[in-house]
Design a protein around this ligand. Structure first.
Ligand code: AMP
Length: 278
């Protein structure tokens, strides 16, 4: 495993890899790595000759300064966890990544007008900026993204299409704790009590797929009512959307692919998760 911290070093390492031939898989992350990230890296390793991982807490995608400051940073442990799964790790500083100022403006149309878009102004433009730069530098055949960030995958697919990037975007399933809680770097900020209670999020989502109704309004009301019963949880949104367009639907029969996406505060920590209805 080769650790590089500058764009020039990364480009040199990639030039050698591309010259050697064989496919390249890429997993972009913000670090504080867990089994969810590892599942992406293992898939990349299985499907490609070479694997590259980036570890970078990207400031331009944070709309909340406190969230950025409190985001866990565990580089030493991260490197140990992934050493057998990657060929190159890119762990740059913010100064290095933004030597060229972050002036790019992307338009993701209706995809960014729902869910995380209005809740986190500027977030998806920041995601677009970093993902495009990383894909330009790494030039992977495939890039792996987790379905935990369901909307992000749609945004990245749109970015790749708009910018004529040749990499294939590969969505990967959500990895959960035995309790059902989706693994997330932000879980490190939960107290034991909050973590136990946060497991209710997935329980409630699962139960919502078994209701005897197809009316979205009823399903949303059920989720809101059940979340409100857990003292430390505060619902920000629960959207049930067409899994392709991400636009809200009124009835589960209105689309071929239907996903419910939730954002919840567990104490001070904002968590997201999702579940498929169809
Ligand atoms: P992050 O470090 O949170 O930016 O995540 C980096 C990548 O790992 C993103 O594509 C995430 O969707 C993915 N990821 C994060 N948590 C999980 C999880 N529990 N299961 C699968 N993928 C995940």
């Amino acid at each position: 495993m080769q650790l590089v911290t500058t764009i020039e070093e990364l480009k040199n390492a990639m030039a050698q890899i591309h010259a050697a031939g064989g496919s390249v898989g890429f997993v972009p992350t913000m670090g504080a790595l867990h089994e969810g990230h590892l599942s992406l890296l293992k898939r990349s390793r299985n499907e490609n000759k070479f694997s590259v991982c980036s570890i970078f807490v990207n400031p331009t995608q944070f709309n909340n300064q406190e969230d950025l400051v409190k985001y866990p940073r565990t580089l030493e442990a991260d490197l140990q966890l992934i050493e057998n799964y990657v060929d190159v790790v890119f762990a740059p500083s913010a100064e290095e990544v933004y030597r060229e100022p972050a002036t790019e403006q992307y338009d993701f149309g209706d995809l960014e007008k729902v869910m995380e878009g209005p809740s986190r102004p500027g977030h998806f433009n920041g995601v677009g900026i970093i993902v495009r730069r990383l894909l330009d530098w790494v030039q992977p055949d495939r890039a792996y993204f987790g379905e935990k960030d369901f909307q992000q995958i749609a945004i990245v697919k749109s970015l790749v299409h708009q910018c004529h990037i040749q990499s294939e975007i590969v969505p990967c399933p959500i990895v959960r704790e035995p309790s059902g809680l989706a693994l997330s770097s932000r879980n490190k900020r939960l107290s034991e009590d909050e973590r136990a209670k946060a497991a209710n999020i997935y329980r409630i989502l699962r139960e919502s797929t078994e209701l005897n109704t197809t009316r979205v309004e009823d399903i949303q009301a059920f989720v809101a009512k059940e979340i409100a019963k857990v003292d430390i949880l505060k619902l920000e949104y629960y959207a049930i959307v067409d899994g392709e367009t991400l636009q809200p639907i009124r009835d589960l029969r209105d689309a071929d692919s239907v996903v419910g996406c939730i954002a919840v505060y567990a104490g001070e920590v904002r968590l997201i998760d999702n579940i498929r209805y169809k």
